[in-house]
Design a protein around this ligand. Structure first.
Ligand code: ACM
Length: 265
C-alpha cells in the first residue's frame, strides 16, 4: 500500500491558489492514499468567527470536497483533507476521507487548540475506523495527538492507519506520533504545513516535518521544516494486525481497564 503526505504552504484566505498548489504536488506522485494538512485550503489562524464563516463549506456539497471526489476517482487514490466545515449554523475543523469510489467519511476535531476554542465548535462525532481496502483508517486532527486516548480508541475500534492532518505550532508532535504508533502498533501519516499566519500582532509559525511512522515507531520519511513537499512510502498494513511486541504480550488484550477507571470520567 502506497501512502503519503502532502505538505503545503497555504496563504491565508487564498483558497484557489492553495488548492491549486496542493493539486500540483499531488500530480507528482502515484499513491493509494494521500493525506493533506488541516484547513489546507483556507489557512489556519482566523481573526474571528465571522471571518471563519466566510470560508466554510458544507461536506460533501462544498466545492473542495467535490473537487477531491473527482481527483480520487481519476487518480484511483484515497484522500484525507482538512476543511473548515459549516453545518446547521455551526463551524467545525473537519477532516474528510474520500475513497477512490467517491465515498465520503467525516471527522470533526475533538480537541481544539489555543484560540480555535473561540471560533470553532467542538467536534461532535465519535472517533471511527472507516473501511480502507481490506483494512481500517482512522482520523484525528493536529492537537488530538497530545491526547493518547484519541489514537488508542481509534486502534481499539480497528484502525490500522491513522491519518493526521495538522497545522502544528508546538514542537511535540513529531516525537509523539512514533509513540502513538508503538503503543497501538499502527501506522500514522501526519501531514503538516509550513509558513505562518498572522492576526494583528500575533504570528503563528508552522513546523513542517510531516512524517509517516510504522508500527515500531520508526519514522519512514520526514519532510523538511520550510518547504512544501510530497512523499509516498510503501507500507505493509498487515503488520498492524499483529499487536504483540513479544510472544507473550498483547498490547490490546493485556490492558487492565479496572486499573484505569479515571480515564473513563
Ligand atoms: C493544532 O491543533 N492546529 C495545533
Amino acid at each position: 500500500m502506497r501512502v503519503g503526505y502532502v505538505q503545503t504552504k497555504p496563504e491565508f484566505g487564498k483558497k484557489k491558489e492553495n488548492i491549486d498548489n496542493a493539486v500540483a504536488l499531488i500530480e507528482q506522485v502515484d499513491a493509494d492514499l494521500l493525506v493533506l494538512p488541516e484547513l489546507f485550503s483556507t489557512g489556519y489562524f482566523f481573526p474571528s468567527r465571522e471571518e471563519l464563516v466566510k470560508y466554510t463549506e458544507e461536506i460533501p456539497e462544498g466545492r473542495t470536497t467535490k473537487l477531491f471526489i473527482s481527483l480520487a476517482r481519476q487518480k484511483k487514490c484515497a484522500f484525507v483533507i482538512g476543511i473548515a466545515e459549516k453545518k446547521d449554523g455551526r463551524c467545525f475543523n473537519s477532516s474528510v476521507y474520500i475513497t477512490p469510489a467517491g465515498d465520503v467519511h467525516l471527522y470533526r476535531k475533538v480537541h481544539l487548540f489555543y484560540k480555535e476554542q473561540f471560533i470553532f465548535n467542538r467536534g461532535n462525532l465519535k472517533f471511527k475506523a472507516f473501511p480502507f481496502y481490506e483494512y481500517r483508517l482512522g482520523m484525528m486532527i493536529c492537537f488530538d495527538y497530545i491526547f493518547p486516548e484519541a489514537c488508542r480508541v481509534l486502534a481499539l475500534r480497528g484502525a490500522n492507519i491513522v491519518c493526521h492532518p495538522s497545522n502544528l505550532v508546538l514542537n511535540y508532535c513529531q516525537i509523539t506520533m512514533p509513540i502513538r504508533s508503538i503503543e497501538n502498533r499502527i501506522f500514522t501519516v501526519t501531514a503538516n504545513r509550513v509558513g505562518s499566519d498572522t492576526v494583528g500582532d500575533e504570528t503563528l509559525k508552522f513546523t513542517g516535518m510531516s512524517q509517516i511512522t510504522d508500527v515500531d515507531g520508526n519514522v519512514l520519511v520526514r519532510a523538511g521544516k520550510h518547504k512544501p513537499a510530497v512523499a509516498v512510502k510503501d507500507i505493509d498494513l498487515r503488520k498492524s494486525l499483529e499487536k504483540m511486541p513479544t510472544e507473550f504480550n498483547d498490547l490490546i488484550k493485556d490492558r487492565r481497564p479496572d486499573f484505569y477507571e479515571e480515564l473513563l470520567r
